[in-house]
Design a protein around this ligand. Structure first.
Ligand SMILES: NC(=O)c1ccc[n+]([C@@H]2O[C@H](COP(=O)([O-])OP(=O)(O)OC[C@H]3O[C@@H](n4cnc5c(N)ncnc54)[C@H](OP(=O)(O)O)[C@@H]3O)[C@@H](O)[C@H]2O)c1
Length: 393
């Protein structure tokens, strides 16, 4: 593979934000800036967005092996193209200077998003649509790809691209329960499913989000803070089965598709065991949280959904979602960043999550503030976004 050198003006080293050990302060470390190989792009990162995974890693050391630290953080970036290789392969869909954004693997020293420069495979680069800022766009990559991966791999629902003229999903009227619909994953899922013509979307979120979830395409909303939420969902589904074409066979499950956007043993899995039944497909965001991280609380996680101590009815299909494997689907690998994500945002078929901007004098200060907010479970219907470098965008 041909390699290039760094263009003039790009520093040989830069700052990156790293986890050194669980529940220890994060550190800003100096790492080399790596020129792009023929299938890579060098990007000057301006913005990133937090995900609860940052907390699972920082406080719980989730999937950070003993030899892995320093673990550079960040599953997404938004910035500008700093350099392309001399002979890009496949041919570049972007130019130097273009604003771009994407989903990346944290812990990978080349591409983890919370560092000033990332060297990223070109299939992980989306060109910014004209109608969006980098700050808005950075809310999308991590959880929009989660929606596509969970829907197609774990729930086995179709999301063809481009949507063929006149196409309608077979399951257009099947109940699809999205529990945690006001989470970042949930907000993108409601919008994507609605855009593809799935009509019987049942959203579970705090009441304050119900109006906006309905405007995005949820048919009915339920409040998880309501003690009778499970009974209300089942009563609704049973009452509407007789008046709509449910899309499910008479002896099939009442709720055939369930996306657990939260993955909490007591908060989501246990109530869902009372809704799912033989034939239901349940996709659960991993890790499952047994104990949430707190100021004085060491978190406990489970990455194997079969080991979570809840009882599912026999015949329920329960799968743990692991989005970092999305590129095993060659179609998503080749099209998600290049075409699908920019087009959905440009057409306003999907709105970026509302943003809460984390301020702070240094990268380290912003990162610690964001972690504190995740620890106290402050985000509600919004994404934490913050600057990595540069003040001009
Ligand atoms: N394995 C994977 O591939 C993958 C991918 C993406 C995310 N995840 C995981 O999925 C989880 C969610 O991520 P995110 O970025 O979407 O989180 P987020 O936006 O930070 O989630 C915050 C939202 O969670 C909702 N919530 C909390 N407890 C709930 C409950 N018991 N029932 C319903 N809603 C509840 C709150 O809803 P209200 O505002 O309505 O109170 C709040 O809006 C995280 O643990 C993350 O690590 C996993």
């Amino acid at each position: 593979m041909a390699t290039s050198s760094l263009p003039t003006g790009i520093p040989q080293t830069h700052q990156a934000l790293a986890i050194i050990a669980p529940r220890e302060p994060l550190q800003s470390i100096t790492v080399p800036t790596v020129p792009p190989k023929e299938d890579e792009v060098l990007i000057h990162v301006k913005w990133t967005a937090s995900t609860p995974l940052d907390l699972h890693r920082a406080d719980g050391g989730l999937l950070i092996g003993p030899d892995s630290p320093p673990h550079i953080m960040g599953t997404c970036y938004a910035g500008t193209v700093a350099a392309l290789p001399p002979n890009p392969s496949p041919p570049a869909h972007i130019q130097v200077g273009d604003p771009v954004f994407g989903f990346v693997q944290d812990g990978n020293p080349l591409e983890a998003g919370i560092q000033e420069y990332v060297t990223v495979p070109s299939y992980k680069v989306s060109k910014l649509p004209r109608n969006l800022s980098l700050q808005e766009a950075v809310t999308a990559p991590t959880n929009l790809i989660t929606t596509f991966h969970a829907a197609t791999k774990d729930l086995e629902l179709e999301l063809p691209w481009p949507i063929p003229d006149g196409w309608k999903p077979k399951e257009a009227e099947s109940p699809i329960l999205i529990w945690g619909a006001a989470s970042s994953v949930g907000l993108y899922t409601v919008q994507v499913f609605s855009h593809w013509g799935y009509k019987n979307l049942l959203a579970v979120a705090s009441r304050k989000h119900h109006e906006s979830l309905k405007s995005m395409g949820a048919r009915e909303c339920f409040d998880y803070n309501d003690a009778g939420v499970v009974e209300k969902i089942l009563a609704y589904v049973e009452s509407t089965m007789s008046t709509t074409t449910s899309g499910t066979s008479a002896d099939g499950p009442r709720v055939p598709f369930i996306l657990d956007c939260i993955g909490s043993t007591e908060g989501t899995l246990r109530p869902l065991t009372r809704i799912a039944e033989k034939g239901s497909k349940v996709a659960v965001m991993l890790p499952v949280i047994n104990v949430h991280a707190g100021d004085d609380q060491v978190p406990e996680y489970e990455m194997d959904v079969a080991k979570v101590k809840v009882d599912w009815e026999d015949g329920t299909v329960v799968r743990g979602v692991r989005t970092f494997f999305y590129a095993e689907n060659p179609f998503l690998r080749d099209h998600f960043h290049r075409d699908i994500m920019p087009a959905l945002l440009e057409q306003a078929a999907v709105q970026p999550n509302p943003q809460k901007v984390i301020e702070g004098k240094t990268l380290l200060e912003r990162a610690h503030k964001a972690l504190d907010l995740l620890r106290s479970r402050a985000p509600s219907g919004e994404k934490l976004v913050w600057r990595v470098a540069g003040d001009d965008e």
